[in-house]
Design a protein around this ligand. Structure first.
Ligand SMILES: Nc1ncnc2c1ncn2[C@@H]1O[C@H](COP(=O)(O)OP(=O)(O)OP(=O)(O)O)[C@@H](O)[C@H]1O
Length: 234
């Protein structure tokens, strides 16, 4: 269980996260949804310690993020985006590297098969397309095999077939006792698999059970999109 209590964060004088308190179980998928520039990445970075909260506490499976840092970090995986992969490694080498760092013992070739990466497993990451990189990125999470996984826009750049495959994998991970927080600017992308949706607005969360309400209507109500008027001209 991830437990976050009274978390606050600001960039200099710009407040981004205001007094956030929430929990995430290690067998649920939470969608973190908000428009661009709201603070989704900032929240994920605070959870993992890449940014330091101004105040508040974070613990994971009883390990406090500050007092018990090593155990806390062993329980989660977060790789911000595919630009953080090692460009000079091949897909297979990158996956082996993470599997060894996290000492997970997961079968690397099984991950490659599962993600249909056989055709490019020996290609250098620097030569890969966006979609291929997203597959390698997800593969690193499977290689770490941690109780909690934090994803920043994992579905970006995927074709519909890959989107379906990723959705199935996330659902399987939940069934096997992994907790997932997944940011997305698109509510449609995450509703198929999330148990709860956290809408982030002005530093605060509105938490909804997926299935209880029309999430798209809620999104539109919270983040009103103004229609372009007839006066619009280029
Ligand atoms: N290093 C930084 N220094 C100062 N301000 C920052 C920094 N990084 C982000 N911000 C600001 O914090 C706010 C939230 O940014 P963040 O990247 O967390 O949003 P986001 O919801 O993840 O956006 P996106 O969907 O576009 O990735 C934005 O106003 C952004 O300009």
């Amino acid at each position: 269980m991830l437990e976050v209590s009274h978390l606050n964060f600001a960039y200099h004088k710009q407040p981004i996260l205001h007094d956030l308190t929430f929990t995430v179980a290690t067998d649920e998928i939470v969608g973190l949804v908000a428009p661009n520039g709201t603070g989704k990445s900032t929240l994920l970075k605070n959870l993992v310690g890449l940014l330091t909260p101004a105040s508040g506490t974070i613990s994971l499976n009883g390990h406090d993020s500050r007092q018990d840092r090593t155990a806390f970090l062993q329980n989660l995986f977060f790789l911000e985006d595919n630009r953080n992969l090692y460009e000079h490694l091949t897909a297979r080498e990158q996956i082996i590297y993470v599997q060894q760092m996290w000492r997970s013992g997961v079968d690397v070739d099984h991950i490659i098969d599962l993600l249909n990466m056989g055709g490019y497993k020996n290609k250098r990451i620097s030569k890969m397309s966006l979609g291929m990189r997203q597959h390698v990125l997800l593969a690193t999470y499977l290689a770490a095999n941690t109780p909690l996984m934090l994803f920043d826009e994992p579905l970006n750049g995927l074709d519909p077939t890959s989107m379906q495959l990723f959705t199935q994998i996330f659902t399987q991970l939940r069934a096997q006792g992994h907790g997932i927080i997944m940011s997305s600017h698109s509510v449609e992308n995450v509703t198929a698999m999330t148990d709860r949706t956290f809408f982030l607005k002005q530093g605060q969360l509105t938490v909804c059970n997926t299935g209880d309400i029309d999430l798209l209507a809620k999104y539109n109500e919270m983040f009103e999109v103004k229609a372009l008027g007839p006066e619009f001209k280029l």
